[in-house]
Design a protein around this ligand. Sequence first.
Ligand SMILES: Cc1cc2nc3c(=O)[nH]c(=O)nc-3n(C[C@H](O)[C@H](O)[C@H](O)COP(=O)(O)OP(=O)(O)OC[C@H]3O[C@@H](n4cnc5c(N)ncnc54)[C@H](O)[C@@H]3O)c2cc1C
Length: 431
Amino acid sequence: MDPSARMAGNDRAAADVVVIGAGTAGLVAAIRLSQGGLRVRVVAAGHGCLVLAPGVIDVLGYAPERVADPARALAPFVAAHPDHPYARVGPDGLDRALAWFRETVAPLGYVGALRHNRLLLTALGGLRPSCLVPQTMAAGDLSQGGPVLVVGFHGLRDFSPALVAANLCAVVPAPGTGVAARAATLEWPGPSGDGRPLTLARRLEDRSLRAAVGRDLRTVLGDEPRVGMPAVLGVDRWQEVWEEMQLVAGRPIFEIPLVPPSIPGLRLFDLLRRVLRAAGGRLQVGAPVTGVRHRNGRVEAVTVARTPREQVIDTRWVVLATGGVGGGGLQVDPDGTVREPTLGLPVHGVPVPGHPRVLPDPFASHPLDRAGLAVDEAWRPVDRSGRVVALNLHAAGAALTGCEPWREKSGEGISIATGYLAASAILEEAG
Ligand SMILES: Cc1cc2nc3c(=O)[nH]c(=O)nc-3n(C[C@H](O)[C@H](O)[C@H](O)COP(=O)(O)OP(=O)(O)OC[C@H]3O[C@@H](n4cnc5c(N)ncnc54)[C@H](O)[C@@H]3O)c2cc1C
């Protein structure tokens, strides 16, 4: 450590780029920058939404009606929402970002195309659109309906195969189609458990416990050409578990995402972290950023709260990927003020004074949901007159203005595309 820094009461480090946030946007940006040869350090207060979200890549699910073909829906969608991040991303940017992402996470075998939203089964027996899915969910596209066997486990929390099958039978995926669903329940493997999906997923990684589950599964199989199971088919050794269960079943098995925390989300987070490290990037979790130091219109250092002393990271570029309200990247005060709490950046899209805080219809779109950071063509936050805040400060992900990731089912698509493109802008400047 630099002795002068110790005297000044802080730890000093240096990086070419500091990425703030370890959600999808931050990890995507960090990996791309590391692959481009820059020294990258990710500093994050926590793990972000990745480990909570279902591990699928939603690009555009609702606009506002259910979208069947995101590639086709994109142009009219951005024409109606000119401030949406996709308006700046563009179809070519989205294509490039998603192609890069699929290659980067190749071990998880994501399948899908921008031209087709799959209809995935939810843990309540509904259907929801999604664009790219890990291979363990690939056989779960129910957009054409058909017979399905839904298999659960006795004692597994928050997943009732009988409820899923009953609700699914009432669903019409497309005119003239329907789903004939049947439910079956297997014994919890091994000594009775705590009912947690993660416990079950670990148990299934044990060969002998899995063999017992396989024997049980054989007894409930019928004529259905595919089987849906809760997303608990292994954590680290998911491939082995999933493949073996399919061999036993003699037909495709697809995973059904459960309520958070999400095992497919954990698998994705873990893979992105490993890819980042392999590319030379560093990740510090439990490291909240408290501010930055500016010089000549640029950020020259990022400060991180650490015990026993503050850490100062000298840097050439910063990517802010702190997420929306859920990730801590935006804060809504009791009086309705929306703030960007980490760096105090200007927030755009805030409702005009006097706009009701709560709408009569709780499900209606509220302008507050679209508040966030506005950026220039190089993904740099701008103030209300359009001036760049700092020449080397870029932003990506759910912190951006103009989008409603939850309502649109666009969260991971926005984070991947904007993280990738913010990194591209830095790599271009770095030459
Ligand atoms: C339970 C759940 C389910 C979801 N399901 C869907 C879905 O089905 N479809 C969909 O489209 N979207 C869904 N989303 C939303 C989607 O996951 C997010 O829109 C997207 O992942 C946001 O990614 P992000 O990288 O921008 O931010 P986040 O994932 O929120 O990450 C923000 C990161 O910034 C860090 N951070 C914040 N402030 C600081 C600070 N001061 N210093 C250091 N680090 C900081 C956080 O700790 C975190 O690491 C879901 C989200 C959740 C929570």
